[in-house]
Design a protein around this ligand. Structure first.
Ligand code: BES
Ligand code: MN
Ligand code: MN
Length: 462
């Protein structure tokens, strides 16, 4: 029988072609128009789990998009790894900014990916990374070298806040029982600088509505006396941060755990090139909370960003109008120990309280999620670090990620297990942006590295 690694080497092209096939399915969870495709994608994941060798693979319906569950159990005495990931993707809009159609994958070389990258929505976030786990499992099983029991839980609603996954976990605790949750849905620092993610930010997401006069008005006849909801919304948003980039909502920072100098120094010791960062984004300067580095600003400090703002006339040419309504979608990234429920409440009270009498403001909460951090001393982390060392030939650096995977904190709460965030993307892979891509090197390296995790984890648990 072949070894796991030689099976992987021999099947590299097959694995890549299989990935390209599933990247053609537009499983956009946010848009009801893609419901059939999302179902089709769930079935495709199930089929791949069966083909890879799972004893059981099933599609569980939910109130929203289905959850795919699969398992291969060898021995109760061995540790159980639960692989979590998502098969849903972000909308591809704006589609005109893509250099090739988002659901027709093509491989092209880039600066960061000299061996080629797969351009398609979901290639990195998260189909490509989920698929690495299915293929690593296939290889370990084919080689007779599987050292842990394996469970897969691949959901279709991560990009819309996982509304049905929490209840599913609570209902299926026994089926999902495991020793560790393994997730590849984050990034490494660079292809020659491996890292393991040890933190995620939480999220509070709200939508605000500002209503002025009962109808759109002539901006000459009424302008000057009647409050303009767009002007007022802009003022209100501007007031949410002070000159030092601190968020002004009373109580916002109350629960933020202060980091020691040692912890901050450790974070800032990770390789980071500010000039290259600015150049890549074509910006002259960065802008953020005073007194913190870009690494801290994007991972261990909370933030507030407007994701979208609209109202009034945005059609061709000019229309002189004083609009009746204005809207914005606002997100806040949170850090330990901020609670998203509390922050949403603080935001709502504050935002409604600062509204001038000329308008009526309502705040509608969307989804939220708790932040997550994990120490670097657990067997879970150490197994991931040892695996990355085997895969990349270099000790990985622990880093906090700036994004959110809200379900991770819930896994710990409901299932009582730690998650390992062993992602293989790059921050420059344009996830959620036009031209999302995933390095062929990263895809192959992930498949190669995952079996090392099983090996080290099994040894640590033995
Ligand atoms: N995979 C990302 C999260 C991520 C990306 C974490 C990079 C760390 C580094 C995930 O799919 C995602 O986009 N999450 C959303 C949250 C969700 C509630 C919509 C996010 O972070 O905006
Ligand atoms: Mn993701
Ligand atoms: Mn995402």
């Amino acid at each position: 029988m072949k070894s796991t690694q030689s099976y992987i080497k021999e099947n590299k092209d097959k694995f890549l072609n299989e990935l390209l096939e599933i990247l053609r399915i537009p499983s956009i969870s946010a848009d009801p128009a893609y419901e059939e495709d999302t179902k089709k994608m769930a079935e495709a994941v199930k089929e791949h789990l069966v083909k890879a060798g799972c004893q059981k693979a099933e599609v569980h319906e939910t109130k929203g998009h289905p959850i795919v569950y699969g398992e291969y159990l060898i021995d109760k005495k061995l540790p159980t790894v639960l692989v979590y990931g998502h098969y849903d993707v972000q909308p591809a809009d704006p589609v005109d900014l893509w250099d090739s159609p988002p659901f027709e994958p093509v491989i092209k070389k880039t600066k960061n990916h000299p061996k080629g990258a797969i351009f398609a929505r979901g290639s990195c976030d998260d189909k490509g990374q989920v698929f690495m786990h299915i293929k690593a499992f296939e290889a370990m099983k084919a080689a007779g070298e599987l050292l842990c029991n394996v469970k897969f839980m691949i959901e279709g609603e991560e990009e819309v806040g996982s509304p049905n996954l929490g209840p599913f976990c609570k209902k299926n605790k026994k089926m999902l029982a495991c020793d560790v949750i393994l997730i590849s849905d984050t990034s490494i620092i660079a292809n020659d600088i491996p890292s393991v993610t040890v933190g995620l930010r939480g999220l509070s997401y709200v939508e605000v509505e500002v209503v002025g006069p009962n109808k759109d008005l002539h901006s000459g006849v009424y302008g000057g006396a009647v409050g303009n909801p767009i002007n007022i919304l802009a003022d209100m948003i501007a007031s949410l941060k002070d000159k030092k980039g601190r968020i002004t909502i009373p109580g916002f920072y109350d629960d933020v755990i202060k980091l020691s100098k040692k912890e901050r120094d450790a974070q800032n010791a990770a390789p980071f090139d500010l000039e290259a960062y600015k150049k890549e984004l074509k910006v002259k300067d960065t802008q953020g909370e005073e007194g913190y580095s870009v690494i801290e600003q994007t991972s261990s400090r909370p933030t507030l960003d407007v994701n979208g703002i609209w109202g009034g006339y945005i059609g061709e040419g000019a229309k002189t109008v004083l609009p009746s309504k204005a809207y914005a979608k606002i997100s806040m990234r949170l850090v330990p120990n901020q609670s998203h429920e509390k922050i949403t409440e603080l935001f709502k009270n504050h935002f409604e309280s600062i509204a001038p009498g000329a308008v009526k403001v309502t705040v509608k909460p969307h989804h939220g999620g708790a932040p997550y951090i994990t120490p670097t001393t657990t067997p879970e982390y150490l197994a991931a670090a040892a695996a990355m060392k085997d895969g990349f030939g270099k000790e990985p650096i622990p880093v906090r990620g700036g994004g959110s995977i809200p379900i991770v904190a819930l896994f710990e709460e409901v299932l009582g297990v730690k998650s390992v965030l062993m992602g293989f993307g790059l921050d420059s892979d344009d996830i959620h942006s036009p031209n999302e891509h995933y390095g062929v090197f990263n895809f192959n390296k992930g498949i190669e590295t995952i079996p090392y995790f099983y090996k080290h984890y099994a040894a640590m648990k033995a």
